[in-house]
Ligand binder design. Structure first.
Ligand code: DAH
Length: 356
């Protein structure tokens, strides 16, 4: 019995995994194990022998069982130790980069916000109108009658109508000027608004895209004059470009203003790049004038009581000038490399105190 004990104690100590240990258990104290075989021999013994051998065999069985349990616990502890050594995490490592780079704010959106911040500081509210307009708001109300050449010059997108459709003709607005009419109808005079928005013309080349952006301005009051217009624009351009910018007014013609002026800003052309606010060159950036009495009337405002100025400026154009963007069409191509290069951090919200 001592040999038997020693044999199994050695086997248990030598088992290095649970499967081997289970084999040892079966061959020792399983139903057909060696201890069970010995138990069967008890029947052939004398009662006296049985009294000593029986309990000894039972004790041996218990001893082997608890040796196996102890060994099993030891193996489990060792396995856990090995896992703990292998599976560890260095919480001091730098975080992993996100798969994709964060998005950027499109330069048009940025400039839109810059323009809004500057005019808001001068007391202008922001007004908006629909991009699908009736031809009355887009043309007639702005003193552009049916036969007027300006209608042809605008390369207008017309909305298709079936013959039995008796709704008024609609167009994609060709400029933000119709928002002047809608705003006058809604709030009357006095008024001081800008209207930034998308506009559409059937035109596509280096300097034209079928969709682009304008910002309209409208100020009506009792004594508003061209002098106020000039001050507002010089104030705007100086704030926008971050340097004093002179303007030059050239007599022009728009159906909706009388008198009308095209406005140039001072710039230099040295070394093939445009620098605004220096030199003796000029760059045309907007149309403007004193609002025509017909336009005031279309907006429900009495021209005998109120007068004022309006202007319309290309947002894309002034964005290109400020941020040195050479090609207009790239604005709308959604090229990720371009967007990352010219885009702005979402946290760089334009404010006057932060600088636009
Ligand atoms: N609506 C004109 C255009 O799209 C721009 C313009 C010129 C707007 C003179 C005005 C203005 O308000 O007074 O070309």
């Amino acid at each position: 019995m001592d040999d038997l004990r020693q044999k199994f104690i050695d086997l248990i100590a030598g088992a290095t995994d649970e499967a081997t240990l289970e084999q040892v258990r079966l061959s020792a104290i399983g139903k057909k194990g060696e201890v069970a075989l010995k138990m069967r021999e008890l029947g052939r013994m004398t009662p006296e022998e049985r009294q000593t051998v029986g309990p000894a065999l039972n004790a041996l069985k218990d001893e082997i069982a608890s040796a196996i349990a102890a060994r099993k616990a030891g193996l489990e502890d060792a396995a856990l130790d090995a896992r703990l050594k292998g599976e560890w995490l260095d919480v001091t490592l730098p975080g992993r980069r996100r798969g994709a780079l964060p998005g950027t704010i499109h330069p048009i959106s940025q400039v839109w916000e810059e323009v809004t911040a500057i005019f808001a500081d001068m007391g202008f509210a922001v007004a908006e109108g629909p991009q699908i307009e009736t031809d009355w708001y887009n043309f007639d109300a702005l003193n552009i009658p049916d036969h007027h050449p300006a209608r042809g010059e605008m390369d207008t997108f017309y909305m298709h109508r079936t013959e039995d459709d008796d709704r008024p003709p609609h167009v994609l607005r060709t400029h933000t000027s119709p928002v002047q009419i809608r705003s006058m109808q809604q709030q009357g005079a006095p008024i001081r608004i800008i209207c930034p928005g998308r506009v559409y013309r059937a035109d596509y080349d280096q300097t034209h895209t079928p969709m682009f952006h304008q910002v309209e301005g409208l100020v009506l009051d009792k004594g508003t004059s061209m002098a106020n217009l000039k001050w507002v624009l010089e104030e705007f351009f100086s704030a926008y470009f971050g340097t004093t910018v002179k303007t030059r007014f050239r007599a022009s013609h728009f159906p909706f203003t009388e008198p009308s002026a095209e406005v140039d800003i001072q710039c230099s052309w040295e070394g093939g790049t445009v620098k605004v606010g220096e030199g003796d060159g000029w760059l045309e950036v907007l149309g403007s004038g004193m609002v025509h009495p017909h336009v005031l009337r279309a907006g429900g405002v009495n021209p005998d009581d109120w007068q004022g100025f309006a202007f319309g400026m290309g947002i894309d154009r002034i964005a290109m000038l400020k941020y040195g963007i050479p090609d207009l069409r790239a604005f709308f191509e959604s090229d990720l490399r371009w967007l990352r290069h010219y885009g702005f951090s979402p946290l760089a919200v334009p404010t006057l105190h932060g600088g636009v």
